[in-house]
Design a protein around this ligand. Structure first.
Ligand SMILES: Nc1ncnc2c1ncn2[C@@H]1O[C@H](COP(=O)(O)OP(=O)(O)OP(=O)(O)O)[C@@H](O)[C@H]1O
Length: 519
C-alpha cells in the first residue's frame, strides 16, 4: 500500500493500515459477537487513522430510511439523530448512488448536513468526511463513514480504498444487521397494526353504522360511558342493544372489571331473585351452599339487565333498592351487602304501557330511565345496510374460513327495500344463509330467502291471484312474528293473535324453518 501513497510523510498510509486490516479480519474470524456489535471495528478504525469518529449506517429497504447502526466517538443522542432519507445529504447520496463521497472540509460543505450535531472542526483544524457504500451482491446495504482531521498527505483515493476494504470485510455482518433491522421494523409495524386494530376494535368497529342516527348514538355512548349513571337502552329486538351495553362498559373506567349479563326473560320468576342477589346456604330446598348473585359478581364493574320489562314485580322492588342504595341481602340472609356497580338495562318493551297495565313499577322506571338511549331500527337507517352486509360477509368468512367476495347489486337492492322487522339480527341471519348457499363466492339475489323476493324478482306480480298474495302476506307475518320473538312459537302465536296450534300448521304449510329464528 505504501507504493500507492501519492504524498510523502509520516502520516502516509502504509504498514499501519495493513495491520489494521489484518486485525479487523482476525476479529471477524474469531468473534461471533461482532455480529451483534460492530463498534470494536469502528474503534479500531478511529484509533488507527487518528480519526475523530466513525459510524456505520444501514439502509432499511422497507421504509427507505438510513440510520446509524453502530458508532465510535459519538454519543447515544448523536447516534439517534443520525437518520437520513435515501438521497439526503452525503450518506443518503452514497447509499442511493452506491458511490463513495469525500468532503474535504466539512465546515465548508452544503452537502454535509451535520444531523448528528457534531463539531465541524477540531481545535481549529478542518475535518474531512469520507463515506463509502457497503455493498453486498451489487446492492448497497449501508455506508461506512469516518470523520478525521484533514490530512494533506493522504489522497482520498487511498482513504476510499482502505475503507472499501474494511467495508467488504464487514459486509456480511452489515447485511445480517440490515435483515434483522428490517425484520424488527416489520414486526413493529405489525404490532402497531394490531394495536390500532385493537384500538379500532372499540365500539365503533363492533357496532357498524355510519348513518347520522348511528353517529348520534356513538356520541351518546361516549358521553354516558364515562359517568356512573344508570342507562336504559331502548329499541326493537335485534337492533344491537347488547352491543351498546358492551360499548358503555368497554368505554368506561370500569372496563378492566367484569361485565355481568343477565337476561331477565330467560329465568323463571322463582329463580331470578337468587340469580340476581344470591342466596345463603339453606335459603330454600336445594340451596345446599351459599351462592353469590350476579350483582355481587359484578362488584366494581357493570351489570347488564337485558329485557328488564320481563322482571317480576316482586324483584322490581328489590332492584329499586339496589339502584337507590347499592345494597341488598342474599336470599335467606340478613347481612346487608354493599356493592359498587354500574347498571345498564335494556328493553324492547313499551315500559310506559307496562306501567299503565300495572306490570312495571313507575318508581323503578324513573330510576332506570336516567339516561335513555334509543337505538334506531334498521328501517330508519337503511343506508347502513351495505356496510353491515360487508361486515357480516367478513364475519362469516372468518368464522368458516370461506371466501365470499361480493354481493350483486340486485341482491343489495332487495336488501335495501325489505322492511327488516327482525332488524340487524335478521339481516345477519339472511347473510349467513346466503353465504352458505352462494356457489361462486358471490351472493346473488336467488341466495336470499323467499321473504325478501319482491313481486318483480319472482316475476309473479298480480298474476299469482288473491290467494297467492294473501298466502305470501301470511307467510311474511309469521316470519316477522318468529323473528321478533327469536323463534319462540308460543310468544309468536301470542303476538299474531292466533293459537300455537294454528301457527304450527302454518309454519309447516309454508315450510318455515322456525329454528332459524332462535338466537
Ligand atoms: N350495528 C350493528 N353492527 C354490527 N352488528 C350488529 C349491529 N346491531 C346488531 N348487530 C348484531 O345483531 C345481533 C343482535 O344484536 P343484539 O343481541 O345486540 O340485539 P338486541 O337489540 O340486544 O336484541 P334483543 O332485544 O332481541 O335482545 C348480534 O349478533 C349483533 O352482533
Amino acid at each position: 500500500m505504501h507504493a500507492h501513497c501519492k504524498k510523502g510523510g509520516g502520516e502516509c498510509y502504509g504498514l499501519k493500515e495493513m495491520t489494521l486490516l489484518f486485525e479487523i479480519s482476525q476479529r471477524l474470524i474469531s468473534s461471533k459477537e461482532l455480529k451483534n456489535d460492530l463498534s470494536p471495528i469502528l474503534r479500531m478504525l478511529v484509533e488507527y487513522l487518528g480519526a475523530e469518529r466513525s459510524f456505520l449506517t444501514i439502509f432499511n429497504r422497507n421504509n427507505s430510511n438510513i440510520y446509524i447502526e453502530a458508532a465510535y466517538g459519538m454519543s447515544q443522542k448523536q447516534k439517534m439523530l443520525g437518520k437520513y432519507r435515501l438521497g439526503e445529504g452525503v450518506i443518503g447520496k452514497v447509499v442511493e448512488l452506491g458511490q463513495p463521497i469525500v468532503i474535504q472540509e466539512i465546515s465548508k460543505s452544503n452537502l454535509f448536513l451535520n444531523k448528528t450535531r457534531s463539531e465541524l472542526n477540531k481545535e481549529g483544524r478542518e475535518l474531512s468526511f469520507i463515506c463509502i457504500p457497503v455493498v453486498v451482491q451489487n446492492k448497497t446495504t449501508g455506508a461506512l463513514s469516518v470523520v478525521r482531521p484533514f490530512n494533506p498527505h493522504i489522497t482520498y483515493e487511498e482513504d476510499i480504498h482502505l475503507l472499501s476494504i474494511v467495508g467488504s470485510l464487514i459486509a456480511k455482518t452489515v447485511k445480517l444487521r440490515q435483515e434483522k433491522a428490517e425484520e424488527l421494523e416489520q414486526l413493529k409495524q405489525k404490532n402497531q397494526e394490531l394495536e390500532s386494530e385493537v384500538k379500532a376494535n372499540n365500539f365503533t368497529t363492533n357496532i357498524i353504522g355510519n348513518s347520522s342516527k348511528m353517529r348520534d348514538l356513538f356520541s351518546l355512548i361516549e358521553m354516558v360511558a364515562r359517568t356512573n349513571s344508570t342507562v336504559l337502552v331502548r329499541g326493537e329486538s335485534g337492533i344491537g342493544k347488547e352491543l351498546v351495553a358492551d360499548a358503555i362498559h368497554s368505554e368506561s373506567n370500569r372496563k378492566n372489571k367484569k361485565m355481568v349479563k343477565v337476561n331477565c326473560s330467560a329465568l323463571p320468576d322463582s329463580l331470578i331473585e337468587s340469580e340476581l342477589f344470591g342466596h345463603e346456604k339453606g335459603a330454600f330446598t336445594g340451596a345446599d351452599q351459599m351462592r353469590k348473585g350476579r350483582f355481587e359478581m359484578a362488584h366494581g364493574g357493570t351489570i347488564f339487565l337485558d329485557e328488564i320489562g320481563d322482571l317480576p314485580l316482586s324483584t322490581q322492588v328489590k332492584l329499586l333498592r339496589v339502584i337507590q342504595e347499592r345494597a341488598f341481602e342474599r336470599l335467606g340472609g340478613s347481612d346487608t351487602i354493599k356493592i359498587d356497580v354500574r347498571i345498564v338495562c335494556a328493553t324492547n318493551c313499551n315500559l310506559e304501557k307496562l306501567i299503565e297495565e300495572g306490570r312495571f313499577r313507575e318508581d323503578l322506571f324513573y330510576r332506570i330511565n336516567v339516561f335513555p338511549i334509543f337505538v334506531p331500527s334498521l328501517r330508519e337507517r337503511r343506508n347502513d345496510i351495505p356496510l353491515l352486509v360487508d361486515h357480516f360477509i367478513h364475519k362469516f368468512n372468518r368464522k368458516n374460513n370461506a371466501a365470499i367476495k361480493r354481493i350483486t347489486t340486485s341482491a343489495i337492492d332487495m336488501l335495501m327495500v325489505y322492511p327488516w322487522p327482525g332488524n340487524v339480527r335478521e339481516l345477519e341471519n339472511v347473510i349467513e344463509r346466503a353465504c352458505i348457499l352462494a356457489r361462486d363466492n358471490v351472493i346473488h339475489s336467488h341466495n336470499l330467502p323467499p321473504t325478501l323476493q319482491t313481486a318483480d324478482s319472482t316475476a309473479t306480480g298480480t298474476q299469482e291471484g288473491m290467494t297467492g298474495v294473501l298466502e305470501r302476506l301470511e307467510r311474511q307475518l309469521i316470519i316477522e312474528g318468529l323473528t321478533s320473538t327469536k323463534g319462540n312459537i308460543s310468544k309468536a302465536a301470542d303476538r299474531l293473535k292466533i293459537t300455537e296450534r294454528k301457527l304450527g300448521t302454518r309454519i309447516k304449510k309454508y315450510r318455515i324453518e322456525a329454528w332459524r329464528y332462535k338466537v
